[in-house]
Each structure stands twice: as structure tokens, then as C-alpha cells.
Design a protein. Structure first.
Length: 161
């Protein structure tokens, strides 16, 4: 089932927004993510699409309601590094007052508040999309191309900029 069908069943007022997110051209983001991560396979960006749909649906423009989890944050950072594409996505959304969805990179400093926002994102995603975030699972809600195999995560001892 795709995003539009899931939203139609659970939040019919937001079908137009679901279509917009579903139909946005995500090719550039996928390419940039792959390039920024040294050719590593591009992750399925389905969870990111669902997350951004929720941010727009809830009007969470100031990073006060939801926080990303797992690979969503990494994909979001990549999208933010493409300001024209990111602004086009945010400002083109069919919502009452389209604005840039702000990302608060300092949100982790208050761990309890960040955990609440992240847990809230998981709960809402599970409720609307009937999926848990699970470490190895993907949200099967969009018409995405077949996901590339997930690369094994390597822990780096140093944090290069």
C-alpha cells in the first residue's frame, strides 16, 4: 500500500499533502546522499518522506513536536545541504502556510525532550502507517524503487568534518 492509500484511510484531510510528498522528485536527494557517504548505497528514503509528511501535516516548523530517529536524521541533514531543493520541497507543500521546516541540531542537548519527540514520531508513524521503525525494517508505504541493500554500519573512531 502506498502513502496516499494509507493516509486516505487514516487522515483523509491530508491526501493532497500525501500526494505531494509521494510525487516530489527525490532523485537529487538520493544522489547527494550517496555522494556524501562515499558511494555507499542510497537508503530507502521512505521513512524520511513519512517523517517530513508528518512535520508538514502537524505544522511542526520549529522542531518542537517531532524529532527524527535512525537514518532519518542523516537523510535530513543531506537534504538541508541542498537548500534550493529543500526550500522547493517545503515551500511547495499544499498546507495552509508553507514554510521551511526547521531542524534544530542542538535538540539532542536535552535528551529527555529529544527522546519524547522521537518517541512521538515513532508512535505517530506506527499509528498512521501501521509500521514500527524497527532497526532493520523499512516503512513499506510509498511507491519507491526497490531499496538497495542496507550497508553494514561501521563505527568510526574519529569524527572528521
Amino acid at each position: 500500500m502506498d502513502l496516499v492509500a494509507r493516509v486516505s484511510a487514516n487522515a483523509p484531510a491530508f491526501v493532497e499533502l500525501a500526494k505531494y510528498v509521494n510525487d516530489f522528485d527525490w532523485t537529487l536527494l538520493e544522489e547527494q546522499y550517496r555522494d556524501a557517504h562515499y558511494g555507499r548505497s542510497t537508503p530507502d528514503i521512505t521513512k524520511y518522506k513519512c517523517f517530513m509528511f508528518l512535520k508538514l501535516m502537524l505544522g511542526d516548523y520549529n522542531a518542537a513536536v517531532l524529532s527524527p530517529f535512525n537514518e532519518i536524521d542523516s537523510i535530513w541533514h543531506t537534504h538541508l545541504l541542498m537548500p534550493v531543493n529543500y526550500a522547493k520541497f517545503c515551500s511547495g507543500a499544499p498546507v495552509k502556510e508553507p514554510r521551511i521546516v526547521d531542524h534544530n541540531p542542538s535538540g539532542w542537548r536535552d535528551e529527555r525532550a529529544q527522546k519524547r519527540r522521537s518517541d512521538r514520531a515513532r508512535a505517530i508513524m506506527k499509528q498512521i502507517f501501521d509500521e514500527d521503525d524497527g532497526e532493520e525494517e523499512e516503512f513499506p508505504v510509498l511507491n519507491s524503487p526497490s531499496p538497495s541493500p542496507k550497508p553494514k554500519r561501521r563505527r568510526s573512531r574519529s569524527r572528521d568534518c
